[in-house]
Design a protein around this ligand. Structure first.
Ligand SMILES: [Ca+2]
Ligand SMILES: [Ca+2]
Ligand SMILES: [Ca+2]
Length: 203
């Protein structure tokens, strides 16, 4: 059994800096930031209401938008990114309908409730990250691209605690890797007969 799973870096979706967003949504205190925002962010407004509805953002400054933020006024609803700029979206971030991004300094940062990724950059979602508050709590992944989830990760206080794996293609986990708070592997469990009862595997 491999034990090379290590706790993943928590990704909070910092593709669209809120400071820049605030510059577009309202006004900007910093002149340099405002210039930067104007060259890298193209806003689209609703023709009837005048409300901000979309921002096209060039995250890597190559002159081509690669990140699109769907807005309701100053509130971020969804963010899509084409990370390798091949014309296919590879990352979708979904934001809860809670605190809006305030104007100017001290603006509260919005955290996504879910991030979906096409990890093979083929436009197909293969990984889903679930958040509570600003912390990732759970991940589901289809590691072999057959359309079925075969890996489930559970996090506590930002640290990986359990990785469950479907190693036999039955659609549910038959192996569990249990991690210590410091990120090291504590032990492995297996459900050898598919009953749902996991037994500790002797090293
Ligand atoms: Ca770009
Ligand atoms: Ca892409
Ligand atoms: Ca799979």
């Amino acid at each position: 059994m491999t034990s090379n799973f290590s706790p993943m870096r928590i990704n909070r979706g910092q593709l669209l800096p809120v400071a820049l967003l605030a510059c577009v949504a309202s006004s900007c205190a910093d002149a340099a930031a405002e210039r930067d925002a104007k060259t890298r962010i193209q806003p689209t407004y609703d023709a009837a209401s005048g409300r901000l509805k979309k921002l096209d953002y060039d995250s890597n400054k190559n002159g081509k938008p690669d990140t699109w933020a769907y807005m309701d006024g100053s509130r971020l609803i969804r963010l899509e990114a084409d990370e390798n700029e091949d014309g296919k979206i590879d990352r979708w971030e979904y934001y809860p309908a809670t605190a809006p991004v305030g104007a100017g300094a001290g603006a509260p940062k919005q955290s996504p409730e879910r991030i979906e990724r096409a990890t093979r950059l083929d436009g197909q979602v293969s990984r889903r990250e679930f958040f509570e508050g600003a912390q990732m709590v759970r991940v589901e992944e289809d590691t072999d691209a057959n359309g079925a989830t075969d890996k489930w990760e559970t996090y506590s206080d930002g640290a990986l605690t359990v990785v469950a794996l479907d190693t036999s293609g039955k659609g549910k986990a038959d192996r569990r890797l249990i991690y210590r708070p410091d990120g090291s592997l504590d032990h492995v469990e297996a459900d050898s007969d598919g009953s749902g009862n996991f037994q500790r595997v002797k090293p």
